[in-house]
Design a protein around this ligand. Structure first.
Ligand code: MLT
Ligand code: MN
Ligand code: ZN
Length: 301
């Protein structure tokens, strides 16, 4: 299985347009590597790709990766289908930017479809352009297929997280608002577990984490009060559905329980000190064998 990180940042990207924090300043001056918003591509049949999420940076992400370019005829795409892991702006508004083509093959849960039909009616707006062919992602542990990726098997698990701010379910999340996805390759027998919005460890996740060859997990925040301390928000990481890396019960501690897996953090907020390769926080990750995803990173499984 070939996996390509299209965008490794959380909502806002790095630098965020209006942010003057040390990381965003560093990304403007070249001290830090810039990052686009959260998206992944997994290679399917005939060199076409299944995208996880459609970020508002999708056009730049396509431009930067020839695998997604048109090849045959006047209009074409290397994108076979799109799997959405939640309905958040950073994961879905890139769909608008694909409106010039054929109907979009979009896989998501019923909850996400609901929020993209009402709270932020992306699907309804797209009916006036290319249209969306919705495929229901089950959250009962049964696997699903994506047309154009016949060697891959996908399984979604619901994550205790939060629904987007525009959702009627905000602060009253339901199963399916946010998912993690296992992607198995029938050829290599290897599997990836991808969960950029993992808000808490839950017992039903254990078998997925314990059997993964690669864990690509929530790297949003270093501490729970990161945004409060910077004075930019009154929200804690866990209020918006992200498990911070540091401290007891944090992501670093969790990852250490799975020695079999390659461990990579993704969906990193621009406030997170791990983005600075010279930071002591980054050194703590490196010492534990935990990697930080970057735009263009490739993973072979
Ligand atoms: C999140 O996952 O919480 C988002 O990145 C927030 C946002 O897009 O504003
Ligand atoms: Mn996000
Ligand atoms: Zn910033």
């Amino acid at each position: 299985m070939r996996v390509r990180v299209l965008g490794s940042a959380a909502g806002g990207g790095l630098p965020q347009w209006n942010c003057n924090c040390p990381n965003c300043q560093g990304a403007r001056t070249g001290r830090l590597q810039p990052r686009t918003q959260s998206s992944l591509a997994v290679e399917g049949d005939g060199g076409r790709w299944v995208l996880f999420n459609a970020s508002p940076d999708i056009l730049a992400q396509i431009a930067a990766f020839p695998g997604l370019w048109p090849r045959e005829g006047l209009r074409d795409t290397g994108i076979a289908a799109i799997v959405l892991i939640d309905a958040q702006i950073d994961h879905t508004t890139g769909l608008f930017l694909l409106r010039e083509g054929a109907p979009l093959e979009v896989h998501c849960t019923e909850r996400v479809r609901e929020d993209l039909t009402h709270g932020n009616p992306v699907f309804r707006v797209l009916e006036h352009y290319c249209g969306v062919r919705w495929h229901r992602v089950p959250i009962d542990g049964s696997p699903f297929q994506v047309a154009g990726a016949s060697a891959l098997r996908f399984t979604a698990v619901p994550l205790r997280s939060n629904a987007p701010p525009f959702s009627p379910q905000r602060d009253r999340p339901l199963p399916g608002d946010n998912i993690g996805v296992r992607v198995e390759d029938r050829r290599s027998g290897k599997n990836l577990f991808y969960a950029p919005g993992l808000g808490a460890m839950e017992p039903h996740l254990e078998p997925y984490l314990a059997s993964a060859d690669c864990l690509l997990l929530d790297g949003t925040f270093w501490t729970d009060d990161e945004m409060i301390r910077l004075g930019i928000s009154d929200k804690r990481a866990q209020d918006i559905g992200h498990l911070p890396q540091a401290g007891p019960g944090g992501m670093m501690e969790l990852l250490m329980r799975y020695p079999q897996a390659r461990k990579i953090l993704i969906h990193i907020n621009n406030t997170n000190p791990i983005l600075d390769e010279a930071s002591p926080e980054r050194a703590q990750l490196t010492a534990r064998g935990i990697e930080v995803a970057w735009d263009g990173m490739e993973i072979e499984l």
